[in-house]
Write a protein that binds this ligand. Structure first.
Ligand code: TXE
Length: 480
């Protein structure tokens, strides 16, 4: 079935007025996926914002928490019924192996089901009267919110942002990445089918220009962004210069993984290969800087090399359920990662990989670099591909120092059999998330997000919904 390619505003797909369209080609074989995805103009952005504002001031604000809960669960159920069709659009557009894109749909439904439970659980507060005033605090929806997503987990970003927002009673305009807009665009019809009133959820496609129009719009109260640090800073700048809209940023990372001499080696190897290579290494939480205690380093490197090389046989057509590694999202990303491979060969020892996989498609060999220097670009910068760097350490103090020596602070892994060491190191690590004897794990109930330049604010859990609410302190004079 041909996909929806129009802008989704007021529960209808409409043509953009920009006269521009996006062309999406498969990174697997350059086949045409779609060449008519509408690009929103600034007038179209205004139209979407007006629809969201009207919904917020109108019907949506009359809905009870119970009604919001019911429609959110209905949406999740409908998404589940359409999961196979939805997943294929990520696979076609960005080369995500179908097993991955299918599992990611599960995060979208989990987000809506989790936050549907929050609609009637935002308590107010009240303090004992002390100066003749009776004081209460209530939490109210911020209003019209916008979201901008990256390509690597389109449905997760949609879920994290919109489920919390609509549970809080907000309305929303969402822009998926121009690299993979189709999967999210199809969600519009399901939003309508579930019974959301017109204007509650609107979806626009287009590139950074549409993102900038959202970030600078004077009638948007909050924006949530997932993507690069570079673009995230631009969004924060525009949000500040326009109407000081609230901002949440989920940015990149260069996460460390510390493997101590008492670690379960098999477990550490699995997380440093299979889990690291998930989504072909295009994951913000990927532990791309791995540090191994010197006493087990030779053995670890040798076995990790063997595991990386095994994945060559699971690399290929992303539409094949047996494929584990797909192509990178597009030519720009492929060229970026290939350039890092050449840089890496001058900055470190190449253990395995280091080149293109095959002759067609944007496939890169899973690559291991050993002992990059402190100032190596492959050690400092987010590569966002199947490329890991390894270094060794002698002591726990040295491992913590190495782990924290980065501008990022998103996630970290600690592999050890000592619970006291796990807690000591977790406490010392400067990141928003720490995985002990695991990697890339997160649940809807806990906040997801980074320290330092990995982001601002959180998504998921109670913090995730509180970012869509404003507090209001009401003081009542007790003496009249
Ligand atoms: O991200 P961009 P790209 C990192 C990763 C990757 C690099 C570039 O290192 O190699 O970013 O990826 C919108 N104002 N991550 O180019 O440019 C854009 O349209 C407003 C890590 O995909 O950040 C898209 O919807 N919006 C990250 C979204 O921002 C702007 C995942 C992301 O695009 C904008 C993705 C602007 N000035 C990339 N410029 C993660 N944390 O997982 C772009 N956009």
């Amino acid at each position: 079935m041909a996909p929806h390619t129009g802008l989704f505003i007021n529960n209808e797909y409409i043509d953009a007025t920009s006269g521009e369209t996006l062309t999406i080609r498969s990174p697997h074989d350059d086949s045409l996926v779609a060449d008519n995805v509408q690009v929103a103009s600034s007038a179209d952005v205004d139209k979407a914002v007006s629809a969201a504002r009207a919904a917020f001031k109108g019907e949506w604000s009359t809905w009870t928490p119970e009604q919001r809960r019911v429609v959110m669960i209905k949406f999740a159920d409908i998404v589940e019924k359409n999961a196979d069709e939805l997943a294929q659009w990520e696979t076609k557009a960005m080369g995500q192996p179908i097993s991955v894109s299918r599992s990611i749909i599960g995060f979208l439904t989990a987000a809506f089901r989790y936050y549907s439970g929050w609609t009637d659980k935002i308590p107010g507060e009240q303090w004992p009267e002390n100066d003749g005033s009776y004081r209460i605090v209530q939490y109210e929806p911020i209003g019209v919110c916008a979201g901008i997503g990256a390509w690597n987990g389109s449905q997760i970003f949609f879920g994290f942002k919109i489920a919390a927002a609509v549970a809080a009673g907000c309305t929303f305009i969402y822009k998926p990445s121009e690299k993979s807009p189709l999967g999210v665009l199809q969600l519009g019809a399901l939003i309508k089918e579930a019974g959301f009133p017109p204007g509650v959820v609107n979806i626009l496609s287009g590139d950074g220009r549409v993102g900038a129009a959202l970030a600078s719009h004077m009638d948007i109260n909050k924006i949530s962004f997932t993507g690069s640090v570079f673009a995230g800073k631009k969004v924060q700048e525009l949000a500040t210069k326009s109407n000081l809209k609230r901002v949440v940023l989920e940015l990149g990372g260069k996460s460390p993984s510390l493997i101590f001499d008492d670690a379960d080696l098999e477990n550490a190897l699995t997380h440093s290969s299979q889990n690291f290579l998930f989504n072909t290494g295009q994951a913000c939480v990927a532990a791309s800087r791995t540090f191994i205690h010197e006493s087990i380093a030779d053995k670890f490197v040798e076995q990790l090399k063997a595991r990386f090389e095994q994945f060559k046989h699971a690399t290929g057509d992303p539409s094949d359920p047996k494929t584990f590694l797909g192509p990178l999202v597009d030519e720009k990303q492929f060229d970026r990662v290939m350039e890092f491979l050449e840089i890496g060969k001058k900055e470190a020892q190449l253990v395995t990989g280091g080149g293109r996989h095959g002759d067609n498609g944007y496939y890169v060999e899973p690559t291991i670099f050993l002992n990059p220097g402190d100032d190596a670009r492959i050690y400092r910068e987010e590569i966002f591909g199947p490329v890991i760097t390894l270094r060794t350490f002698k002591t726990e103090e040295e491992a913590i120092k190495l782990a924290n020596d980065t501008a990022f602070g998103l996630s970290a892994c600690v592999f050890t059999s000592s619970i006291s060491r796990a807690l000591r190191v977790s406490k010392a690590i400067e990141s928003g998330m720490v995985n002990v004897n695991s990697s890339q794990t997160f649940g809807m109930e806990a906040p997801f997000g980074g320290w330092k330049q990995s982001g601002v604010g959180r998504e998921g859990g109670k913090q995730g919904i509180m970012h869509y609410l404003e507090s209001k302190t009401i003081s009542i004079n007790m003496n009249v």
